[in-house]
Write a protein that binds this ligand. Structure first.
Ligand SMILES: [Zn+2]
Length: 235
């Protein structure tokens, strides 16, 4: 049997790393509608942030601005990263749009920043595999299309085999607030040395702000499946 593709959660790097960079939209920004599920009509994500993308940038890292920054689900990537993404024909980022920086902190001024582009992440066909994931959902899933619910905690998850549409960057059905990337994208980041990016394998991703712990029943299923799929780390 062919081995299952691996996916990573795309995050900004940890605070105090050498390229720590963040941004906020400048006051007075405008937003459009929510992206909606084509089947049940429920909102499946944040309201779209509309151009012009005016923003304030803060560089905290000692070595200067990163290639990536994130704020409440909005993403910036450097021009260098955008050019490489396009020339290698990776997929899943869209609407590359220049931004206007209206304010910078002292370190950003001193060290300089790259040109950044605001990008949007595609909503993919790939769906969370509930049986092999440890997610505390506030309510059961009602819509088979978007599989959207509020979530209290995530203690690792997997993508349902056969649902992935080969996008390199996407928001999965069932966890649209998270951004996943392919192994190809992980290799791309490493090869180019793009900074301020952290990639966590989905099965190791933990998000649990209320410290509720993993759901008990799913934990047993997960243990069983990870024993069955035990495989060595390929690094
Ligand atoms: Zn739906």
């Amino acid at each position: 049997m062919a081995s299952e593709p691996r996916f990573f959660v795309l995050l900004r790097d940890d605070l105090r790393k050498p390229h720590d960079t963040d941004f906020v939209p400048a006051l007075g920004f405008e937003t459009g509608d929510f992206p909606r599920c084509p089947k049940c009509g429920k909102g499946i994500g944040q309201r779209d942030w509309l151009p012009p993308f005016k923003l304030e940038i803060a560089v905290h890292g000692k070595e200067g601005a990163g290639d990536f920054a994130e704020c409440a689900g909005s993403l910036l990537i450097s021009e260098r990263m955008a050019a490489a993404f396009r020339s290698e024909r990776l997929t899943g980022l869209e609407a590359f749009h220049p931004v206007e920086v209206v304010k910078m902190n002292a370190r950003a001024n001193r060290l300089g920043i790259p040109r950044y582009l605001h990008v949007e992440v595609t909503y993919g066909r790939a769906a969370v595999d509930e049986a092999r994931s440890r997610i505390r959902r506030v309510k059961p899933i009602e819509c088979e299309e978007c599989r959207r619910t509020d979530v209290d905690a995530i203690h690792g998850f997997r993508i349902q085999p056969g649902t992935w549409d080969e996008l390199d960057v996407f928001r999965p059905r069932g966890l649209q607030a998270d951004i996943l990337v392919s192994e190809r994208f992980a290799d791309f980041v490493q090869r180019h040395g793009f900074t301020n990016i952290k990639l966590v394998p989905t099965e190791q991703f933990v998000w649990d702000p209320l410290r509720k712990g993993p759901p008990a029943e799913a934990a047993r299923t997960q243990m069983k499946s990870s024993t069955m799929n035990a495989s060595a780390d390929e690094d």
